[in-house]
Design a protein around this ligand. Sequence first.
Ligand SMILES: [Ca+2]
Ligand SMILES: [Ca+2]
Ligand SMILES: [Ca+2]
Ligand SMILES: [Ca+2]
Length: 240
Amino acid sequence: MFLSSVALATSDMNLKIIPSEHGAAIQIDGSLLHYYRIYSANSLGQPEWTLAGMKLGEFAPFVWDAAQEDIPSTQFYRVEEIPRAISQDTDEDGMNDVYELLRSFLNPMDHTDAQRDDDMDQLSNLDECQNGTNPSLADTDEDGVPDGVEVLERKTNPNDPLSVNATLYIDPIIGSDALDGLSPVVTGNSGPKETLAAAFMTAYTRDEVSIATGEYRMDVLPVGDKSITLRPEGTVTIRP
Ligand SMILES: [Ca+2]
Ligand SMILES: [Ca+2]
Ligand SMILES: [Ca+2]
Ligand SMILES: [Ca+2]
């Protein structure tokens, strides 16, 4: 393996070529305050350097081994040092390089991971980055309501467990179980549920259920172990 390295950065970063089980590797005397972009080229005269890898600085000198990264070994390498505090977004996917490097399932050189939903909570990884939620945990604040439901449906704070409370509405006249239950009036997909069962099924613990005047059937109510507050708004009759 033939390695050459040219430091681009403003600091006096120390690079060394060291032996590795694949031939040779670059040892970077990095710092925790920086991250590094490693470029490769087939000849030093080549005008375009190709981005071959990225790595966070570590406490001690660390090694970047081209063979382990599946990069051809007969190349020249160049290392660029960038302060973490002014992280760039190399793949231009909206998530900055340091955010991605800190999470092993993200790749700062692949923009397609921004639209993936790795924890299946309805928020893409980019949405999670922008909302400050955990992209590998479906319910960041552990209040029982998934991140996607909080951000997209309820407009509650996904990072505050006390923001879980929502009022669900039921109305036997204007309601429909196809609506989301989050509004007392019908606008688009929003509006009251029609049945007690549908409202209780949709509710999360610490929600209130506002029950409009009217007659309701006593369904088998799927409350489970939820703790829900019921608020009758007038004369509510429940018949078998
Ligand atoms: Ca990115
Ligand atoms: Ca997600
Ligand atoms: Ca999440
Ligand atoms: Ca939550």
